[in-house]
Design a protein around this ligand. Structure first.
Ligand SMILES: Cc1cc2nc3c(=O)[nH]c(=O)nc-3n(C[C@H](O)[C@H](O)[C@H](O)COP(=O)(O)OP(=O)(O)OC[C@H]3O[C@@H](n4cnc5c(N)ncnc54)[C@H](O)[C@@H]3O)c2cc1C
Length: 404
């Protein structure tokens, strides 16, 4: 039995190791000059390779995830879960550590993860052909495939498409997998950038560009709250960045109209306490300028922006700030609204939303349209948040397709 895998990324390498382990002659066709380029940029070069919360808390993870097929996702994790992944990497020789639920290589180097995958593929006789772009696939009779590449034609009995998405195309995932899948009769659910920065035309953002703040961020659609997350937010001149903003970007597809986010800049203090604190500062420092009165309480740039939005002049003395203006500022601190006009593009995205609909695949990730054709990794319409969930999907789907 000969199996060809198109794409030598996280899912393709995993699929190859499992395919070769069960004795198939296994070949990876990779159009970069080396496999696993995207793995190297994951987790800021440290590779957050899994998330142990999927072991215990899978339902609450799905509850608010804008993922097209939760049942299928859950089935994938049930079939090759966190313990299987830990065992797989341990067998490959990777030592790992946890940061909370997040799993990293002990070395803190993404290259360690790629190295053990490469070594294992090599030890099991997987042939990796690099600088080899697949441009077309033909079915050879009732079973088998002929694959056109710029290094000639390859034939196989079983084919796995593991070409990734369109996110971060400089790493090799240029969307060509969608074209190959469509030509074989598959449909592609709308592909959009995911885990990506949010864009907004709000002019005041420029005044706070570069500020990082621990916040609670809430996405709302036409005034209705649909998702909240706490964490570090980064203001940029075009919008919002940081893990909380990127997780929110995965849920913009849930909004029908007028998406906005609401930032609670002091999530640990309720509104009444905050108003008391502002009252107290005003009475303790009556002769300080407004800008000095709030200094020591908030980031300076944020403080100046908040004064302006509350209609308080920076050099007004604290004792002269009207009560309603002071409380207006408290209200804005607890609920700073930002209109969302869109996101950055595929170049900046960490993943793609959309892809091959899970309904077109069996539980083994075999095509229901073309027998002996399999898919794994991000080309599928499955995704997760920041925190190791997407690589976990790559390992899980790669293992399932490779075993099959
Ligand atoms: C900057 C960044 C940081 C990230 N950090 C994390 C993280 O810390 N944790 C996490 O869980 N996820 C992270 N992700 C997401 C994660 O990396 C991906 O979800 C995962 O790598 C997808 O694996 P894949 O095998 O499906 O696709 P890829 O890893 O993209 O692999 C696809 C491979 O197919 C090859 N290919 C494509 N088309 C063809 C063709 N026509 N012919 C031949 N070869 C082809 C490509 O060159 C590529 O090597 C991050 C992503 C980015 C961009």
């Amino acid at each position: 039995m000969k199996t060809v895998i198109i794409g030598g990324g996280a899912s393709g390498m995993t699929a190859a190791i499992f395919s070769a382990k069960k004795g198939d002659e296994t070949v990876i066709l990779e159009h970069n000059d080396r496999p696993g380029k995207k793995i190297l940029s994951t987790g800021n070069g440290r590779c957050n390779l899994s998330n142990k919360s999927l072991k215990t808390d899978i339902d609450s993870h799905f509850a608010d995830l804008g993922c097209s097929d939760r049942v299928f996702y859950k089935n994938v994790i049930d079939r090759f879960g966190i313990d299987d992944t830990m065992n797989f990497f341990e067998e490959l020789g990777l030592m790992m550590k946890d940061r909370g639920n997040l799993v990293y290589p002990l070395s803190d180097q993404a290259s360690s993860v790629l190295d053990v995958l490469r070594f294992a593929a090599d030890e099991r006789g997987v042939k990796i052909i690099t600088s080899c772009n697949v441009s077309a696939i033909q079915r050879a009779g009732n079973h088998g495939f002929d694959i056109e590449t710029d290094k000639g034609r390859f034939s196989c009995d079983k084919l796995i498409i593991a070409t990734g998405s369109k996110a971060a195309p400089s790493t090799g995932s240029d969307g060509s997998g969608y074209v190959l899948a469509t030509a074989l009769g598959h449909t592609i659910n709308d592909v959009r950038p995911g885990l990506v920065q949010l864009r907004s035309g709000e002019a005041w953002l420029k005044s706070v560009a570069g500020v990082r703040s621990s916040v609670k961020l809430t996405l709302s659609d036409a005034g209705k709250s649909i998702y909240s997350e706490s964490g570090e937010l980064q203001f940029t001149d075009y919008g919002l960045s940081g893990i909380v903003a990127m997780d929110i970007s995965n849920r913009l597809t849930l909004c029908h109209d007028n998406a906005s986010v609401h930032i609670d800049l002091m999530p640990d203090m309720d509104s009444d306490l905050l108003k008391d604190a502002l009252d107290r500062r005003r009475s303790v420092f009556p002769d300080r300028k407004a800008s000095d009165m709030i200094s020591g309480m908030l980031n300076k740039k944020l403080g100046l922006m908040l004064l302006k939005r509350s209609g308080i002049k920076q050099d007004t003395l604290s004792k002269d700030i009207p009560q309603n203006a002071l409380y207006r500022m408290a209200d804005i601190i607890k609920d700073l609204s930002v209109r969302i006009d869109g996101t950055n593009g595929f170049r900046e995205a960490q993943i793609c939303l959309g892809g091959i609909p899970c309904g077109e695949l069996t539980d083994d990730l075999e095509s229901r349209i073309v027998p002996h054709l399999y898919f794994c990794g991000e080309i599928l319409d499955l995704h997760g948040d920041c925190g190791g969930y997407n690589l976990q999907l790559a390992w899980s789907t790669g293992a399932i397709a490779g075993k099959a």
